[in-house]
Design a binder for this molecule. Structure first.
Ligand SMILES: Nc1ncnc2c1ncn2[C@@H]1O[C@H](COP(=O)(O)OP(=O)(O)OP(=O)(O)O)[C@@H](O)[C@H]1O
Ligand SMILES: [Mg+2]
Length: 412
């Protein structure tokens, strides 16, 4: 199998760097043959703040994925995050010219360009232009207007941009770690490919990826991304709260959170005692598990409160009857979904990848949603590329037709 059939997803997160290696087989099925994670240094709140450290962390993760896959990696699809990411909805309009009033590939490109005009500034790097719908002579809800007749073509797009500096540092980091970049993809958009069903996206759904340093949100309405944002809070804040209140180290607080933490009282027992190692290691003491909830719950509520503000600001609150899907490593905190329901007043479920191959047990972890989603995004792109080649269509419209690929499709 040639190198071009190897597809790699790379997430440089605030807590870990994760590299996933997939092999694209027949029927666009992907088999995951390697995964490598390493603690991530030099990344804070989703942004690279120390290039040298981040590059070393990425190298380690890549090397361990290569070892497991038994193959060298040359390039990757890379996720981007951080609260420099902004996203807006925009609309373009053009008149259809030419002899026959038939919409061509060129017209589609022109109307998308028109929608971008004025949005992309010199300080911002364009990450995605996602078409939400086309409108031909007032007729809305069209996903692909190619070949249709009409005099006026409109296009609604969702545009995701990021800070040029942050994007450039990400590129330097990945290249410094020895890989070419196939494409940079907004993290939550990637996660959505791993954890959301098409039915949820069509109905309207809020995806929340709570990692170590960020909470990324994406709202899907009528199948397309309608709003997205990155909040600079995550699991690290919960760990810090525990460390401060319990007067213990960050490392011990992290262990206590992972082994005994909970966000709701009824999953914690008041009798269950947890030993807290003191900073000097001499005066260890016990606290009840219920006490841990009292420290953790306010922070979790606060995070969902911030998410709620963002959702209300977007004007989409009434458009998400599909409810909330929570993923990312912090979604492993017991009770987190219940708190989300209380604060946001929407039904909520947990989301994780639904890979069905050999390494499924290891891979279907919510902290891998983003990296696995990158593979799914990439696979879809490859399959669209091949179907486009057969119909002589260009890849330009690649992001328009959002389909979840077959290995993720049947997970409900
Ligand atoms: N069982 C658990 N209970 C509570 N929190 C957990 C659990 N397991 C992992 N976490 C938390 O999940 C976080 C890591 O999640 P994840 O790997 O998704 O982050 P990341 O992708 O590195 O960071 P980010 O996406 O924010 O840049 C850490 O804060 C960790 O403490
Ligand atoms: Mg992450």
């Amino acid at each position: 199998m040639g190198m071009d059939e190897i597809i790699v997803g790379l997430e440089i997160g605030s807590g870990k760097v994760c590299t996933v290696v997939g092999e694209l087989g027949e029927d666009d099925q992907i088999e995951i043959i390697g995964i490598g994670t390493s603690p991530s240094l030099g990344v804070r709140k989703g942004i690279i703040i120390d290039l040298e450290q981040a590059t070393q962390s990425a190298k380690k993760s890549i090397e361990s994925a290569e070892r497991m896959a038994g193959t060298r990696i040359n390039s990757a699809f890379v996720a981007i995050s951080g609260n420099h990411i902004t996203s807006v909805n925009s609309k373009g309009v053009i008149a259809i010219s030419g002899e026959s009033p038939e919409i061509t590939e060129n017209d589609i490109e022109k109307v998308i360009e028109a929608a971008k005009a004025g949005i992309v500034s010199s300080e911002k790097e364009l990450i995605h232009t996602l078409s939400r719908e086309f409108i031909v002579d007032g007729q809305s809800g069209i996903s692909d207007p190619l070949g249709m007749s009409g005099a006026r073509l409109e296009c609604k797009v969702h545009i995701v941009t990021g800070s040029i500096t942050a994007v450039q540092n990400l590129i330097k980091c990945v290249e410094g770690a020895g890989l070419d970049i196939e494409e940079i993809i907004f993290g939550t958009l990637a996660s959505s490919h791993a954890v959301l069903s098409n039915a949820e996206k069509d109905l309207g759904v809020l995806l929340i990826d709570i990692g170590a340093g960020t909470t990324e949100i994406a709202i899907f309405v009528e199948g397309g991304l309608a709003h997205s944002a990155v909040l600079p809070v995550g699991g690290i804040q919960i760990t810090n709260d525990l460390a401060v209140v319990l007067r213990t180290s960050i490392e011990e607080a992290e262990k206590i959170k992972i082994n005994y933490g909970s966000a709701i009282k009824n999953s914690a027992s008041p009798e269950k005692l947890v030993e807290v190692p003191s900073i000097n290691g001499k005066n260890n003491y016990n606290v009840s598990q219920k006490y841990l909830v009292e420290i953790i719950e306010p922070r979790v509520s606060e995070i969902f409160g911030l998410v709620g503000n963002e959702v209300r600001k977007s004007g989409c609150y009434n458009m998400i009857p599909g409810g909330i899907v929570i993923t990312g490593g912090s979604s492993l905190l017991p009770g987190i979904s219940e708190v989300a329901e209380q604060v946001l007043n929407l039904p909520s479920r947990l989301g994780r990848p639904h890979y069905q191959g050999e390494l499924a047990d290891m891979i279907n972890d919510p902290s891998y949603s983003e990296a696995i989603g990158l593979l799914s995004f990439a696979t879809e792109k490859y399959s669209i590329r091949s179907s486009f080649q057969s119909t002589k269509r260009k890849i330009k419209v690649k992001n328009i037709f959002t389909k979840i690929i077959s290995w993720l499709k049947d997970f409900f």
